[in-house]
Structures are given as structure tokens and as C-alpha cells.
Design a protein around this ligand. Structure first.
Ligand code: NAD
Length: 369
């Protein structure tokens, strides 16, 4: 099976834009600055933690097709602070218990779900039942069944569901996909990809399996998994994995580090890693018949750059990925076309990550066909 990147015509358009000169590429980032949109899509941010506060709300201010219309929070003090900072009217401020009343609020088109992983389904379903489109952060949820339920409920409500895969809107990542698809260095045969960082606060939800669903694989390994899937343009048919824990007090619930391998239908193989222990695992490299290319760092909010075996650097402009992701979703809604990062894409990752965990647990290779 091919990934969305391979299938969708607009992706090819996007990748060729990424490969083109700087001014041309601006078309992706600014998303049609030449004409004012007929109306802006109203976003309500649900979960006002780190990501919402430091990335998404500031990014909303840079969008062309979106506006921060409302919030959903369990903390009245945060509601007050956001109300003042972003000029949000009282009628657009909700908590988790009364958010169903959003059904009557035409200011809000989209709910952006930015809570701990295991709460995504509940919040997505409430939003869909209130008649709102949903943009949900990665990982989509912590089980395949819950991802499927999210897809079904959004379909039933006739609303779109997108997953916050911001790198699908990042020029340097898109350029690497172009190099792979156009076989600039021949067929890609081997991919290495990993992401890790030493995690701090031992009390945070990311270390709790019931809220996070797993450890670094679910949180940051998902970027390495995504990169391997969009570089190969294929879905893995087999995975094997090993986990380790050297600090059983901090990592009593989840893996501390994980390495896994994947095999793809064309014969491409990958080796991947994710860690909550060590710094420096931050990129990917694709090895093809006549050379290689890759990004390191590959997955940050900025500062992404890479190299090719012919000596050229990969250094396309940095964009605000959250702004690009939200503007694209807004345009999908305005133009009634499907998102390139639908719930089904999140579900695919969950299926693979569950197989990776199963392999680590059983010591067996797990087939995905
Ligand atoms: P965070 O802990 O900073 O914020 C989580 C928010 O959820 C807080 O406002 C908290 O009050 C709220 N919340 C509601 N119910 C809760 C509960 N029962 N327990 C704990 N918190 C609860 O987390 P974050 O870093 O903002 O991450 C939120 C989501 O965004 C996660 O799914 C994460 O994977 C994702 N994320 C994505 C990116 C990205 O680059 N796309 C980066 C960071 C986080």
C-alpha cells in the first residue's frame, strides 16, 4: 500500500514547489497571500498546555485562513488569562463538561485537540458531536480501536478529522520526499531514522502509560516512523523491536529507549530508534543506489537542514509548520476537499506502533500483512 504522500496529486504539487526556487516556494508558506479569504475558519484550542501556549496560539496569529475564536480549558485562571491576551469573548470559552454547547456557536468551526494522548478520542468525539471539524495532535490516540472510533464519529457527524503531522508541511522534509520519489540518487534501499531527548520532570503524563500509551515511540519515535513511511512511500510489512530500561524508577511504566526495524514491500529496510534518555538522535538518512540524503535535525519547529552525498546542502526556508498545517486544514474546509493528513493516517501509525510494541514484548517479528 502507498502512503498519502505518494497518492495525492496536491502532495506532488507541494513537493515540486519545495524543490523550486525560494520565491516560488513562498506560495506554500504564505498560502495565497494575494487574495483575502472570504471568511476565516474559527479554531477553538482544547487543552492550553505547552504546545498550545508556546506554538499553536502564536502560530494562529500568523495564519491567513484561521483565527483563534475560542478555548476549552479546565482551569478558570487560564481561561481568564487567554481571554485577555487573545481577546476571546466569554461566549467562546468552554470547559470539558459544557463544550457540547459549542453546537450553537457559529464562531467555532474547528476544535484543535491538544491534550494528553489518551484523552484525544473523548475530546474529538465530543467536538464532532457538537458539529465541529477536528484537528487532533499526534499520536492520534493510544489504541487502534480508539482511532477507529474517532474516524467513525467524525464521519457520522459529516466533519473532517486531521492529525497534527506538521512535517507534511515542512519544505525540507518535502524536498527529501521529492528526492526519494524522483530517484535523484536511484532507488532508496535503506533508511535510518530516529528521534530522542532526555526527558525531564519525572511526574509528567508522558511517563504514564495510561495517559501516554507508551514511551518515546509514541511521543517522538512517531516522527521517525512517519519519515520512514514518507521516504519509502510504502507501508511496512514486517517489524521487529527491542526496548530497554536502565532507570526503572523513572521508567516504571514505559520504555526508556527503543530500536526497531521495518521491512517494506519493495525490499526497503529501515532501522529506527527513539529515546527518552539520550540527546542527539534527531534525524534521518536515506541510502539509495547512487548516494544518500538526509536531514539532521529533521523534526524541530525550525532549524531543519540536511545534506546529500553529492555535496549539496538541503536548506529550504523554515516555515511556521503549525500555521501551514492550520491554514491547509482551513482551506480544506473552505474548499470542501480532503486533508492530506486524515485520521486514517494516524490510525496507520497506531497499527504499526502497536505491532512494534508487540514485537518488543514477545521477541518475535510481527507481520503487518
Ligand atoms: P501539556 O502537558 O503541556 O498540556 C496538556 C494540556 O492538557 C494541559 O493544558 C492540561 O491541563 C490539559 N489536560 C486536560 N486533562 C488532563 C489530564 N487528565 N491530565 C493532564 N493534562 C490534562 O502537553 P503538551 O506538550 O502540550 O502536549 C499535548 C499534546 O500535543 C500531546 O498529544 C502531544 O503528543 C502533542 N504534542 C505535539 C507536538 C508537535 O510538535 N506536533 C509537540 C508537543 C506535543
Amino acid at each position: 500500500m502507498k502512503t498519502n504522500f505518494q497518492n495525492r496529486r496536491d502532495f506532488i504539487k507541494t513537493t515540486s514547489l519545495a524543490a523550486a526556487s525560494l520565491p516560488l516556494f513562498g506560495a506554500l508558506n504564505s498560502l495565497a497571500q494575494d487574495s483575502a479569504p472570504k471568511r476565516k475558519i474559527g479554531f477553538a484550542l482544547l487543552g492550553l498546555g505547552n504546545l498550545s501556549t508556546h506554538q499553536i496560539a502564536p502560530a494562529l496569529q500568523k495564519t491567513k485562513f484561521c483565527k483563534l475564536a475560542g478555548i476549552v480549558t479546565g482551569h478558570p485562571a487560564k481561561a481568564e488569562q487567554w481571554k485577555v491576551q487573545y481577546n476571546i469573548p466569554d461566549k467562546n470559552i468552554y470547559n470539558y463538561d459544557n463544550m457540547d454547547q459549542m453546537a450553537d456557536n457559529s464562531d467555532i468551526d474547528v476544535v484543535y485537540v491538544v491534550t494528553p494522548n489518551a484523552l484525544h478520542a473523548g475530546h474529538t468525539i465530543k467536538a464532532a458531536r457538537a458539529g465541529k471539524h477536528v484537528l487532533c495532535e499526534k499520536p492520534m490516540e493510544i489504541s487502534v480501536a480508539k482511532c477507529q472510533q474517532m474516524i467513525d464519529e467524525c464521519k457520522k457527524a459529516g466533519k473532517q478529522l486531521a492529525i497534527g503531522y506538521r512535517l507534511h508541511f515542512e519544505p525540507n522534509n518535502l524536498e527529501c520526499v521529492r528526492l526519494a520519489r524522483e530517484k535523484t540518487f536511484g532507488d532508496v534501499r535503506v533508511i535510518e531514522a530516529g528521534f530522542g531527548f532526555p526527558i525531564g520532570d519525572p511526574t509528567q503524563w508522558r511517563l504514564k502509560k495510561d495517559l501516554a500509551g507508551g514511551g518515546p515511540l509514541m511521543d517522538v519515535g512517531i516522527y521517525a516512523l512517519q519519515a520512514t513511511r514518507y521516504l519509502s512511500g510504502e507501508e511496512p510489512v514486517e517489524v521487529s523491536a527491542t526496548t530497554t530500561v536502565t532507570d526503572p524508577v523513572k521508567f516504571k511504566d514505559i520504555e526508556e529507549s527503543i530500536v526497531w526495524q521495518m521491512k517494506f514491500p519493495s525490499g526497503i529496510i529501515s532501522y529506527n530508534s527513539a529515546s527518552y534518555k539520550v540527546p542527539g538522535i534527531a534525524g534521518f538518512k536515506a541510502f539509495a543506489d547512487r548516494g544518500w540524503f538526509g536531514l539532521d535535525p529533521a523534526y524541530g519547529y525550525g532549524g531543519i537542514s540536511g545534506q546529500r552525498s553529492d555535496g549539496q546542502l538541503i536548506q529550504l526556508p523554515q516555515v511556521d509548520q503549525f500555521a501551514a498545517e492550520m491554514d491547509d486544514f482551513a482551506q480544506c474546509i473552505l474548499e470542501n476537499r480532503p486533508t492530506r493528513v486524515p485520521g486514517e493516517e494516524g490510525l496507520r501509525d497506531l497499527k504499526i506502533m502497536m505491532a512494534i510494541y508487540e514485537s518488543a514484548k514477545t521477541g518475535r517479528k510481527i507481520s503487518l500483512i
